[in-house]
Design a protein around this ligand. Structure first.
Ligand SMILES: O=C(CO)COP(=O)(O)O
Length: 271
């Protein structure tokens, strides 16, 4: 993704919907059709905000057929991938299969993978490498739990996850990487980190990347916020100059609400 100037944005904003374990393949078609129609009706300019959905694995073939058949501009990705490419890994999904299904992106290290499935930074690092082997752009999720936040350790904790997950990555990979800051205490709880919290962490992530690489590389990486994002708060969240989009869970299951988030410029809060 090349960086471009979109009004106040230095990078093309990414509005991403993580459907989690919701929507079977038939429901996925209905939701995606409605999303595309709603965006079309609103004359959404995809060059001003890229729109991506992350359905369950079993929906991806149907999503691919719809996107290809109807020439949709919405892009899509998977919610996880294996760090291996093929072999005796029952239940796992290779990045190769995802690439063949037309995925652009893949989530890596979502907090539900880290907490429910015990995924480590080391494994995320290997999954990022696997994504790259198959031409997928990883969306690396990082973020702290409530206790860490209350102890005031959230920046240090999140940056450690970041460093561990991207260790050894080349600069051009970092430039195209998407990092999603998702404070665990704000996921699915209705608690939203304030716009200042989102900007604070996005700036810290960018500064960390600038230290590890250089400003030119760090200024290209897109950094998203996730955690109870919805149309009513997207405008203020996206006001942060280092915040380049949102990773939306629950609200992405409602086509009109998600389309409204994608059209966040209508709700941009200006001083
Ligand atoms: O985990 C999330 C997106 O990946 C956020 O989920 P909610 O928007 O439902 O809080």
């Amino acid at each position: 993704m090349t960086s471009q100037t979109n009004g106040q944005f230095d990078r093309t904003p990414l509005i991403a919907g993580n459907w989690k374990m919701n929507m079977d393949h038939a429901q996925a078609i209905t939701l995606l059709q409605k999303l595309a129609w709603t965006l079309d009706d609103a004359k959404h300019d995809y060059s001003r905000a890229e729109v991506a959905v992350f359905p369950p694995f079993t929906d991806l073939r149907s999503v691919q057929s719809l996107v290809d058949g109807d020439d949709l501009r919405v892009v899509y990705g998977a919610q996880d991938l294996s760090d291996q490419d093929s072999g005796a890994y029952t239940g796992d999904i290779s990045g190769q299969f995802l690439a063949k299904l037309g995925c652009t992106y893949v989530l890596v290290g979502h907090s539900e993978r880290r907490t429910v499935h015990g995924e480590s930074d080391e494994l995320c690092n290997a999954k990022i490498a696997a994504a790259h082997r198959h031409g997928l752009v990883p969306v690396l999720c990082v973020g702290e739990g409530l206790e860490v936040r209350q102890a005031g350790e959230h920046v240090a904790f999140t940056l450690e996850q970041l460093r561990g997950s991207i260790a050894g990555l080349e600069a051009d990979r970092v430039a195209e990487l998407v990092v999603a800051y998702e404070p665990v205490w704000a996921i699915g709880t209705g608690e939203v980190a304030g716009p200042e919290d989102a900007q604070e962490m996005a700036a810290a992530i960018r500064a960390e990347l600038a230290g590890l690489y250089d400003d030119g590389t760090a200024s290209k990486t897109r950094i998203l916020y996730g955690g109870s994002a919805k149309a009513a708060n997207a405008g203020s969240i996206l006001k942060g100059k280092d915040v380049d989009g949102v990773l939306v869970g629950g609200a992405s299951l409602d086509a009109e609400e998600f389309a409204s988030i994608a059209r966040f410029e209508q709700h941009l809060v200006t001083d």
